[in-house]
Design a protein around this ligand. Sequence first.
Ligand code: ZN
Ligand code: ZN
Length: 370
Amino acid sequence: MLPAGERRIERLADALCERGVGCLLVSAPANVRYLTGYTGTNGLAVIAASDSDAERLFLTDFRYETQAEQQVGAHAPSCRREIATGDLAEAAGKLLAQGQAQRVGFDEQDLSVARHERLATALGESFELVPCGGMVQRLREVKEEDEQRRIAAAAELADRALVEILEGGLIGRTEREIAIALETRMRTLGAEGPSFPSIVASGAHGALPHAQPRDHAIERGTLVTIDWGCVLDGYCSDCTRTYGAGAVSDHHREIYELVLAAQLAGLRAIAPGRSGKEVDALAREVIEAAGYGERFGHGLGHGVGVEVHEGPRLSKTAGEDPLQVGNVVTVEPGVYLPGDLGVRIEDLVVVGEAGPRVVSLLAKDLTEVS
Ligand code: ZN
Ligand code: ZN
C-alpha cells in the first residue's frame, strides 16, 4: 500500500489536472505536513498535475535536511528533496523556470504578496501564476480511517486530562490556574500541546465566546465554560463543556438545558448529503424558538483535523456543500447573555454512513463540580 502522503498527492495531482494547472506550490505548513509528513517550519512542496511528467519536489533549508529525509522520505518518497537557501517559493520558481513554461498554481491564502512577487520574477513572463488556494484544504476535509482514529485518540486524551483536573474542584481556583493545569496535564499525558489556548470562563465572563482565562477565582453558583483540545500525532481535538461551580440557579439550568437541546438537535441533523447550513439551521431553530436566537451569534461548527479550524463549516453564512462521509466536525451551539452568563456545549463528531459518531465522551447532563 502507498504511504498516506503518496495517496493524498495522487488525489491532488488528479484535481490539478482537472483544474488545468501544471503544478501547485504547496506552502501552508499544515498542507505541507498533510501531503509529505514534514513537521518543520520551513518547507514547500511542488506537486505536478497527473497529466504532467514533471517531477515532484520538496524544498527546505539545510537545518531540516535530516528531518526531511526521515519524514518526507517515509511519507512522500516520490518527492525529490532539494536543499535551498532564502525564500523557498523563489527557489522553487527558479527550478521550475528551467523547465517548460506552464500554469503554476499557488495558495493565495498563504503566500504573501512579497513572496508572490519574488516567485513571479523567478519564473519569468512565460509562466502564468494561478490562485489555487483551498485545493489541499478540500482534500483534508474527508478524513481517512487512520485520521479519524487519531482525532478520536486526541479527544480521548483531552477528555482524560479534564476529568483529572476537575477532581481538584473548580470553586476558588482561578480560571488561569485551571487552564494552565489542563494544558500541562495534556502534555504530560503525551499530547504535542493544546490545539488552541484553552478557554476557562466563569460567571458573566462566560458570555464572551472567546474569553481569555482570568486571574479570577471561580465563584460558587456560577457556570464555568471550558473549551479545550490537544494535538496528538499531528491531529487536533476540540470540545466544550459547561459545568456548575456547585449548585446553580434555575435560570442557569434553563439556559443550559436549552443549549443542550439545540446541541442534540444539531447532532441528530448530521448526515452525509445534508449541508452544513441545514444542520446549523436545525440546531439554531431550537434556540430561536425559545427567544434567544440573537444570543447565539456564531456558527454551529467547523471541521477539525490537522488544524483545529478547517472545513467544512456548519454555519448560517457558509457551508453550502453537502457533508460527506469522513468529515469530522464540531457541533457547538451557545447562548451568551452579557453581564449574566454563557453556556456552550461542543462535541466532535465523525460523519459516518449510518449517522454521526460522537468522539467526545464526557457526559453532557449539567454536572455540578464543587
Ligand atoms: Zn472548541
Ligand atoms: Zn470548536
